[in-house]
Design a protein around this ligand. Structure first.
Ligand SMILES: Cc1cc2nc3c(=O)[nH]c(=O)nc-3n(C[C@H](O)[C@H](O)[C@H](O)COP(=O)(O)OP(=O)(O)OC[C@H]3O[C@@H](n4cnc5c(N)ncnc54)[C@H](O)[C@@H]3O)c2cc1C
Length: 648
């Protein structure tokens, strides 16, 4: 591509961006109060924060036209020039393809314009994801570079760090990688062993350690690296804490292994990265010394939502290709498309694509609002939902092709291999399920603290209010959160579904409250826990990136492990949350419950169950006493019994 064409494209891109910025600014004027950004969290309190999601963040036709002008060349490039079969076969993205991706500005999509990037809003970034997702290896390479590799510099970098690193990263001259995972540390981020020691002259950190499965590890010049450092706390005691660093390959002592031989996304580069006495200037600490865990979680939380549009884009293409086949392949003298069971598969794919697209753009729209909206739960929900639907839908599409789908001549088997990774990286789905439930419970715990304290103290009016609420619930109340009716937020055609949703959300909130009342030890000292109180929803860190739980009960030894959990199903009956804590264990435990239906296989008794929302409690607190003793030994090395749940 000529330099002129490049410049024209960049100018068009910048124009599109400016329009979006203007659009965002115009929307800003309409808001009178800062958003809470807590739609999903409020569900745990049984509330639907309508203003957060209604109206759905739409873009006008003019803006849509501008966006389409911008995405047009990118779409053309992906459909006409990207050879995914070759990328998979040769296990490499060809140099000329990488160069074109760079010239289209795709290495700096969210880098602010002042640093040479396109400065895309989250909404436009999601739209670009729909196209980029057409090739798994390219999508992962670009995401590792900008959604995690350089994102820390945007989120936590100083002015000097941004000015020094972002321009060359935005143009793709430099490639970035995100180095967190280690041989013994995957989901349990806090256990990393890579160490950075301050030099005697206090000018450098000496970095030593090994990272594994680093995307772009063999291509990158700039690494965001997480390492343990010694930090002196306010009580003058020395502690090991994680710190994030910007590391240049040129600092020396940086080597990488050979590319891993992977199941899918074979064209992306994944390898070990080693740091041996690498001298990192103190100016290259990213954020605060000791604040690396928060930096890592904020990076991961901020980019996850885009998986929804990436997968939706891929699914739409998949439906198109598969429909062509189903409309031409004849069996029993009929096209496959005439068989009900085949039509059902198309309906499923279309429904999933629609839902994940809606979730992704809703979250992107919320994130694009002014202020600092916290959409980490929403983003985790989008990631879990879209990754699992991707796996399911590609498998169904392959099934429509029968034997042909299994053959390498068709793209289905590659797509199946490529989509499998989505359930594993950027936080495994198990960890994210726990994250959703724990963060939501923690939020509810904080808000409900006052009420719970009043109840524990026996405040008469609170007790009466609670009892009458329970009485009303037991006779079946009509829940109205304003979604339906004359002034309702939803279209009349979905009144029934909206009413059901209101009811489910209401009872979900009540279930959370019941669990907190019965077992919850909310932040702060809470005397007289009552019959059992093993669960603590502590406020550790900022609550956005960390969740904590402990299962040690100070007085009674009768608490049974594995006995409480909450779940929330989103429309489409997809399970998105699960939580369990085990007494005496440092680890929060998940049963990874797949669906409410699984309950019947459980030894636990459901105490309330209704479509979409359920909870259960073990009716027999003493049953597992023997198990308790076993699980509570040895004594927790953590005096508070807290476990930090990291998510990589
Ligand atoms: C292709 C690829 C690219 C990657 N790119 C990067 C990268 O660029 N940078 C980077 O830092 N890392 C990267 N990773 C690493 C990735 O983030 C980790 O694989 C992921 O965090 C999970 O860690 P693990 O594989 O060690 O699994 P583990 O943490 O060992 O977990 C194994 C299984 O146990 C489950 N599990 C763990 N703890 C619990 C629990 N408490 N309750 C219930 N279930 C639990 C997990 O969900 C998982 O199913 C990449 C990995 C792959 C495969």
């Amino acid at each position: 591509m000529s330099a002129v064409a490049h410049l024209l494209r960049r100018a068009a891109a910048a124009r599109a961006c400016r329009t979006l910025v203007a659009f965002a600014a115009s929307r800003r004027l309409l808001r009178t109060s800062p958003p809470s950004g807590a739609f999903a969290k409020e569900l745990f309190l049984g509330k639907i924060e309508k203003k957060e999601v209604f109206p759905f963040p739409e873009v006008s036709q003019d803006e849509l036209n501008e966006i389409n002008q911008f995405v047009g060349p990118v779409e053309k490039f992906f459909t006409e020039e990207v050879d995914s079969q070759r990328i998979d076969r040769e296990e490499k993205i060809p140099d000329e393809t990488l160069e074109k991706l760079k010239s289209l500005g795709l290495f700096g999509m969210q880098v602010p314009e002042e640093y040479g990037g396109l400065g895309l809003s989250n909404t436009l970034y999601a739209r670009m994801g729909e196209i980029v997702g057409l090739d798994g290896s390219i999508a992962v390479t670009l995401a590792a570079h900008q959604a995690i590799g350089l994102k820390g510099i945007i989120l936590a970098g100083s002015k000097e760090q941004k000015a020094k690193y972002l321009p060359r990263l935005a143009s793709g001259e430099h490639i970035a990688a995100f180095c967190l995972t280690e041989p013994s540390s995957g989901s349990d981020v806090a256990s990393i062993k890579t160490r950075a020691t301050l030099s005697e002259d206090k000018k450098y950190y000496i970095l030593n350690g090994s990272k594994v499965w680093i995307t772009n590890g063999g291509l990158a010049n700039i690494f965001t690296v997480f390492a343990k450092t010694q930090v002196v706390d306010s009580e003058s005691s020395v502690k090991d804490k994680i710190t994030a660093f910007i590391v240049e390959r040129d600092f020396g002592g940086v080597t990488n292994g050979k590319p891993e031989d992977k199941l899918g996304i074979r064209g992306s580069n994944t390898c070990e990265v080693h740091f041996e006495n690498t001298r990192v200037p103190v100016e290259n600490v990213l954020g605060e010394v000791g604040g690396g865990f928060k930096v890592a979680m904020n990076i991961l939380n901020s980019g996850r939502f885009s998986m929804g549009s990436v997968v939706a884009g891929m699914l739409k293409k998949l439906i198109e290709m598969t429909a062509e086949y189903a409309c031409t392949r004849k069996q029993f003298n009929k096209n496959l498309s005439e068989f009900g069971l085949i039509q059902e598969k198309f309906a499923l794919m279309a429904q999933k694509a629609y839902v994940m697209e809606s979730m992704a753009y809703l979250t992107a729209g919320m994130l694009d609002r002014p202020g600092f909206p916290d959409c980490s739960i929403e983003a985790a929900m989008v990631k879990v939902f879209s990754s699992e639907c991707a796996w399911q839908c590609v498998s169904e599409a392959l099934q429509i092709l029968g034997g042909s789908g299994y053959m390498r001549d068709y793209p289905y088997e590659r797509m199946l291999r490529d989509t499998r990774i989505l359930l594993i990286f950027e936080g495994t789905n198990e960890i994210l399920r726990m994250y959703i439930a724990l963060t939501g419970l923690q939020h509810a715990g904080r808000i409900l603290t006052a009420r719970i304290n009043e109840l524990k103290r026996g405040n008469v009016s609170t007790v009466i209010e609670t009892i009458s609420q329970k009485l009303r619930d037991s006779v079946g109340r009509t829940v109205n959160m304003g979604l339906t009716g004359k002034l309702g937020a939803v279209h009349p055609s979905v009144t029934d579904s909206a009413s059901k949703l209101e009811e489910n959300v209401y009872y979900f909130g009540r279930t959370v409250e019941t669990l907190l009342l019965r077992f919850g030890k909310v932040p702060g000292p809470l005397p007289g826990l009552g019959r059992a109180g093993p669960l603590r929803l502590g406020s550790q860190g900022d609550g956005l990136s960390e969740v904590s739980t402990f299962g040690t009960r100070p007085r009674k030894k009768s608490w049974s492990p594995w006995r409480h959990g909450v779940g929330l199903a989103v429309p489409g009956a997809t399970w998105v949350g699960a939580f369990q804590a085990e007494r005496g264990s440092l680890e929060p435990k998940s049963r990874a419950v797949a669906a409410p239906g699984d309950m019947k296989h459980s030894k636990h008794q459901p105490v309330s169950q209704f479509p979409g929302t359920w909870s259960y409690l073990d009716p027999c607190p003493n049953r597992n006493r023997r198990e308790n003793r076993a699980s509570s030994e040895p004594a927790s090395p953590n005096p508070k019994g807290e476990a930090v749940l990291g998510m990589n």
